[in-house]
Design a protein around this ligand. Sequence first.
Ligand SMILES: *Cc1c(COP(=O)(O)O)cnc(C)c1O
Length: 382
Amino acid sequence: MKTLKDKLSKHTLCVHEGSRPDEYKGINTPIYTSTSFGYLDTDERYYPRYFNIPNQQAVIDKVSALEHASDGLVFSSGMAALSTVLFSLLNKGDHCIFQSGLYGGTMNLILCEFDRFGIEYTLLQNNDIVTFQKALKKNSKVVYIESPSNPLLSITDLRKVSEFCKNSGCISVIDNTFASPVNQNPIDSGIDIVIHSATKYLGGHSDICAGIAVAGKKYIDRIKRTSVNFGGSLNAMMCYMLERSIKTMAIRVEKQNYNAGKIAEFLYQHHQVKKVYYPGLPDHQGYEIACRQRTGFGGMLSFELADLNAVTFQKGLRLIKPSMSLGGIESTICAPAVTSHKLVPKNQREAEGISDQLLRLSVGIEADADLIEDLEHALKQK
Ligand SMILES: *Cc1c(COP(=O)(O)O)cnc(C)c1O
């Protein structure tokens, strides 16, 4: 039976879901600053590191509802979320399959930490389902994906991956940061665990560092046992900031989707632009899958300049800020070759399609015409 929650739209869930009552009838969740809570006459043992204080629960309930999950955990960064999830599911001697095109920090975690703990892994060369199947070993436990990927926005078929995992007894985990819960709900495609760097679209104002993991209760209970030991929980103040930010997420992301679509079309026809990577363009590698598994194409896009120098181009921008990170209300741009992929050797980078001329744009909520005019001006630089 559908409850009221299932019928409410994401816009409404963003605003209302999870809010905790205020005894003075204020309409916002109060910030409960205590780290010490009474324990007599109650079975609950409240403590920030146990992921159960009211401000953490408010955020978890909101994001769980948006992602169609039954429970979750809120962490102090996206990396805290994804490292805790992985280390709670994988034991010494287990094997993990990672899709290609992962976030740089995730790659670093795998390359620097996994060997030390005796965890085996395979980094895939491409994300065809056959490649996943070929990587399967007797000790494979977890399949980890990220769709769309960074920076080329490649799309992995979530339903195929989840079927593969169900048939092989693996747990599927997705980093859903780039899509946001507004544009993609992987649990609906059968994925088990969804992670977000809340630093990006959930926070949305480039001023919060946080992470989220949501899933069915069975998985969250298991992850929580390890999370309590790793201790990467988020404090009440930041939880409140995050709760407040998510209230506007649906309208922010809707505008970002719209702007990014307009900008992708503009760049696509511009003679100074060699290639545009945006899942909403019909010639994108994953366009058809994206149409099936997403409700919006997102606010991230990448493009390659024809012969204009990337630095000259960025210096010609007056509105769009050359800066790292993404997902804020302001448009930002960066060259992956000198930021997120700086440590990847040049020939390997270029083989993956990440040239010095590639730029990754995180589209904000400004007027689309102003953003296009800014890009047009910068594309005229010599
Ligand atoms: C930023 C980011 C992360 C890491 O999140 P932090 O909040 O910086 O720890 C993980 N995955 C993706 C896709 C990201 O963009």
